[in-house]
Design a binder for this molecule. Structure first.
Ligand SMILES: [Fe+2]
Ligand SMILES: [Fe+2]
Length: 257
């Protein structure tokens, strides 16, 4: 089975590059399922109905989120009515949204977890993993993909090695900068500390450089504004999974005009 995981899609530029690239890649590599982090798809902050629709038209099957899940309140009108947006598993148990995605045909399970470092994370991801373990989640022979949405590199590695052999892949998101450390761990779990982002190539994590330069050189409290200019960057990872183990992978870091 081939699965493509696409890094944080930032605003219009991120959506455009996905529309341009994903349908091509699906055909070229015979990809069965596409997961993308969509937490920044609406102007850099959250998801709305329009961006959800556009991501669906880009042939994305499942959207994961993160710390920006609720930035755009329009998500509340769709998150409980669709089955292909998941919110972090370690949000509070009563918060809206689905916390696990299961695809029985592909024997696939996807969860999204928030890291603790520098993020306002209500429940420790370790407690969440222990809870899933107690439910026998890791013993069902599922192809499990975790989107680990976090700042700290070591935190992402900690969970990958903790779960090596129990999950198919842990894919880091959130920093919007792709790391050069994609690897298969000794017991067959794939790890990348951060898969990166989709958005404008000349930007600061998808946002306008000038605004951020001004913000940090003055006392002006500039809001981050998404950059929309081409060229774009497309960051993703393609996984080939056999019997729950990743047997090969390809990392995409493409500049697209
Ligand atoms: Fe993000
Ligand atoms: Fe994030």
């Amino acid at each position: 089975m081939r699965i493509l995981f696409v890094g944080d899609i930032v605003s219009t530029s991120g959506r455009r590059v996905c529309q341009q690239i994903i349908p091509e890649l699906r055909k070229k590599y015979n990809i069965e399922f596409v997961i993308a982090n969509g937490e920044n798809s609406a102007g850099g902050f959250g998801i709305n109905k329009k961006t959800y629709q556009e991501l669906m038209e880009s042939q994305i099957d499942l959207i994961t989120t993160g710390n920006h899940t609720w930035d755009n309140r329009e998500i509340l009108e769709i998150v409980n009515n669709v089955n292909n947006i998941i919110v972090p598993y370690n949000f509070l148990p009563w918060s809206p949204g689905k916390k696990i995605y299961i695809n029985p045909e592909l024997n696939l399970a996807v969860i999204n977890l928030l890291g603790r470092t520098f993020l306002d994370t209500p429940i420790s991801p370790l407690l969440s993993i222990r809870e899933l373990e107690n439910q026998g989640f890791f013993e069902k022979n599922l192809n499990i993909i975790i989107d680990f949405h976090a700042e700290a590199t070591a935190e992402k590695y900690f969970f990958s090695y903790l779960l090596d052999g129990k999950i198919s892949a842990l894919i880091g998101t959130h920093t919007h900068v792709q790391t050069n450390d994609a690897k298969i761990l000794p017991n067959g779990t794939f790890h990348i500390t951060d898969v990166g982002m989709c958005g404008s190539y000349h930007s600061i994590i998808g946002f306008k450089i000038s605004k951020i330069l001004e913000k940090y050189q003055t006392t002006l409290n500039n809001k981050f504004e998404p950059e929309r200019e081409r060229p774009y960057i497309f960051n993703a990872v393609l996984l080939e999974i056999q019997n729950t183990k990743v047997v090969s992978f390809k990392v995409f870091n493409e500049v697209v005009n």
